[in-house]
Design a protein around this ligand. Structure first.
Ligand SMILES: Nc1nc2c(ncn2[C@@H]2O[C@H](COP(=O)(O)OP(=O)(O)O)[C@@H](O)[C@H]2O)c(=O)[nH]1
Ligand SMILES: [Mg+2]
Length: 446
């Protein structure tokens, strides 16, 4: 275990006023601080009711002091938790008093960083704690909990194991190049490569779903001016979020509103109508609309009349994998009934944003689009993990392709790089810089 030489302290509960507020202290000075602050010899995992005292003996507050001796604590160090009243003033004075007694204010994420360095959990799990705290929907919280329990890390480690076995085989082939058992080893190698490739593909797909769940899905509403994009946004959001007028070019900036479908957060973006415009501001709005379209998971293309052309042609500029929904709006004007149809992978829904007729069909289509994202077994993941997995995949493929032709030394090198990339996810191989960058995004007191 890495023994920290200094003691850190921070408020662990959110800023603001509440019934309780907790100050967390971690490091070698914890026992000294407990006895000077509360006048107690702290007993392990025992709730001491105590007065927290200032230097002059005045009472700062009364509350509970809990002591978790190393290594059985969150950080793996001696930890003291002070449960006081949830007043920012009281908590601030407590932290300052604790710092007078030998601690220093903790940096953002420093408690989690110490826990990681002391082997309490790996890097992916540390990130899952941050994701759990930041979760905005039940599905996000469940997925973060799964990563926190180590499901994601276990699958990464299982893949690493196969890569290690591959390395052993390849190294053996280098050492005993003349051996008669060479053909047997080739078969083993081929089998292991198939296994590793399949595991890698499944893990990458799962991590991509995890990122979509962690970050939420992006749906964009696009179409010509005045077709009712903003009206649709308001109808889905259930509020008068966007300005609606009969003047073409009313919406200029991208407006966003979050809605939750089956536990998955969907960010709806209303955009400027797509047309040629001489207006500089509207032109910029249209540029932003196109950018929003290019990164959308779900595209809602609004028109006023059933198109003659194939519906697919109305989605130029949308990413290949995006869900495409065509909305034929203003059916109230044509005295039509709401309707849903499907052609060329595009779902078409006829509705009225004004009367609300057919909105249920659209909600159903959106719900269908988010299903799978929140499926059981999805864990939270980050872009960092996906990038590392993609890098690992490139080198694994190179090793596999090279096994027949290239020198075994090069295959061994590709496998070693594969393993390193995977190790970055769980933090087995991580530079100080990367660690600093990851933990600094956590909040203070975590
Ligand atoms: N009759 C009818 N009018 C609508 C409907 N949806 C929008 N409108 C009207 O169409 C005009 C343009 O709407 P707006 O939402 O601002 O369109 P945008 O330019 O695409 O954002 C406004 O006058 C709306 O009241 C609808 O379903 N039925
Ligand atoms: Mg608009």
């Amino acid at each position: 275990m890495r023994a920290a030489t200094d003691t850190i302290a921070a408020v662990a509960t959110p800023a603001g006023h509440g019934g309780l507020g907790v100050v967390r202290v971690s490091g070698p000075a914890v026992r000294t601080i407990a006895s000077a602050l509360c006048g107690i010899e702290p007993v392990a995992r025992h709730a001491h009711f105590a007065a927290f005292r200032a230097a002059d003996g005045a009472t700062l507050d009364r509350g509970l002091a809990l002591y978790f001796p190393a290594p059985h604590s969150f950080t793996g160090e001696d930890v003291l938790e002070l449960h006081a009243h949830g007043s920012p003033v009281v908590l601030d004075r407590l932290v300052r008093r604790v710092c007078e007694l030998g601690a220093r204010p903790a940096r953002a994420g420093e408690f989690s960083e110490r826990a990681f360095l002391n082997g309490k959990f790996d890097l992916a799990q540390a990130e899952a704690i941050a994701d759990l705290i930041a979760a905005r929907s039940e599905a996000q919280a469940r997925a973060a909990q799964r990563s926190l329990e180590g499901e994601f890390s276990q699958r990464v480690r299982a893949l690493v194991e196969v890569v290690v076995r591959l390395r052993v085989e390849v190294e053996a082939a280098i050492d005993f190049a003349e051996d008669a058992s060479e053909s047997a080893s080739r078969e083993t190698l081929a089998r292991l490569f198939v296994d590793a490739t399949a595991q890698h593909a499944a893990l990458l797909a799962a991590a991509r779903r995890g990122v979509r769940l962690t970050d939420g899905l992006h749906a964009v509403i696009v179409g010509e001016p005045n077709v009712g994009k903003s009206s649709l946004m308001n109808a889905l959001a259930g509020s008068e979020r966007a300005i609606v007028t009969d003047i073409p070019g009313t919406t200029r900036d991208v407006l966003r509103e979050a809605v939750v479908f089956d536990g998955v957060e969907l960010t709806l973006a209303d955009t400027a109508g797509l047309r040629e415009s001489a207006d500089v501001v509207e032109g910029e709005g249209i540029r932003r609309a196109r950018a929003e379209l290019a990164r959308a998971d779900i595209v809602l293309r609004v028109v006023e009349h059933e198109p003659v052309a194939a519906p697919g042609e109305l989605f130029v500029g949308a990413p290949a994998g995006a869900t495409r929904i065509l909305i034929v709006n203003k059916i109230d004007l044509a005295d039509r009934l709401p309707q849903r149809s499907e052609r060329d992978g595009v779902v078409t829904i006829a509705l009225s944003a004004r009367t609300g007729a057919g909105l249920d069909l659209l909600r159903e289509a959106l719900r269908h689009a988010v299903v799978g994202t929140a499926a059981d077994g999805v864990f939270s993941a980050r872009t960092r993990h996906v990038l590392a997995l993609e890098r690992a995949g490139v080198h694994l493929a190179a090793a596999r392709a090279g096994q027949a032709s290239t020198a075994a030394e090069l295959v061994a090198e590709e496998l070693s790089v594969t393993q390193r990339a995977l190790g970055e996810i769980t933090g087995v191989f991580t530079s100080e810089d990367l660690l600093g960058a990851i933990f600094s995004t956590f909040c203070i007191g975590k």
